[in-house]
Design a protein around this ligand. Sequence first.
Ligand SMILES: O=C(O)c1ccccc1NCC(=O)[C@H](O)[C@H](O)COP(=O)(O)O
Length: 207
Amino acid sequence: MSLQLKVCGMRDADNILQVAALRPAYMGFIFYGKSPRFVGESFVLPAGFPAEIKKVGVFVNASAETMLATAARVGLDALQLHGHESVEVCRQVKAAGLEVIKVFSVDDDFDFASTEPYREVADYFLFDTKGKLYGGNAQTFDWSVLRRYDQQVPFFLSGGLTPANVAGAVALDGVNLYALDVNSGVETAPGKKDLGLLQELKNNSRL
Ligand SMILES: O=C(O)c1ccccc1NCC(=O)[C@H](O)[C@H](O)COP(=O)(O)O
């Protein structure tokens, strides 16, 4: 399986369709009211959104009921759980037929054993940089810690990816890397992706 790309934190209809034309495998929409990229309560996808791009709802400590209602209304394919969601919440999401991407905030001392309870209920893990915010911290972590991860669940790598550093992420070998997740590193303002930066990131990563 070749490395996949997820573009996260999309919001505006025109920008969504422009980025969709570059065909990332996943696009993420943030349903967390305290994020500067919050899509709002009545978000809908613009007409013409390509069916082959997986639509990911990003949530922080929301109830399974709330998330599943949003997923059904918007037509989401996957949920990215960015808070302290329990294994049971992940199980309910998976049982509803959605992909589960469980997020872990990583620093030098991160203990990958904390992911183990989630391995039966997560399709993917997402390793993001531990920072002040739940997500969108625009900082990388030391990717060499990923060598300590030896489980079967494939992961998204996230946190501070930019056109300048993405080649280093692609070059990580011997780790169970499934996809790269980009956000603020290709923005001109929160939620607004720059097509030139995104194309540069794609060129530099050959994604
Ligand atoms: O981006 C946000 O504002 C955000 C807020 C709360 C939870 C998650 C959020 N983003 C989710 C993502 O998947 C980001 O792509 C990820 O955190 C990396 O962001 P960045 O460091 O800006 O590339």
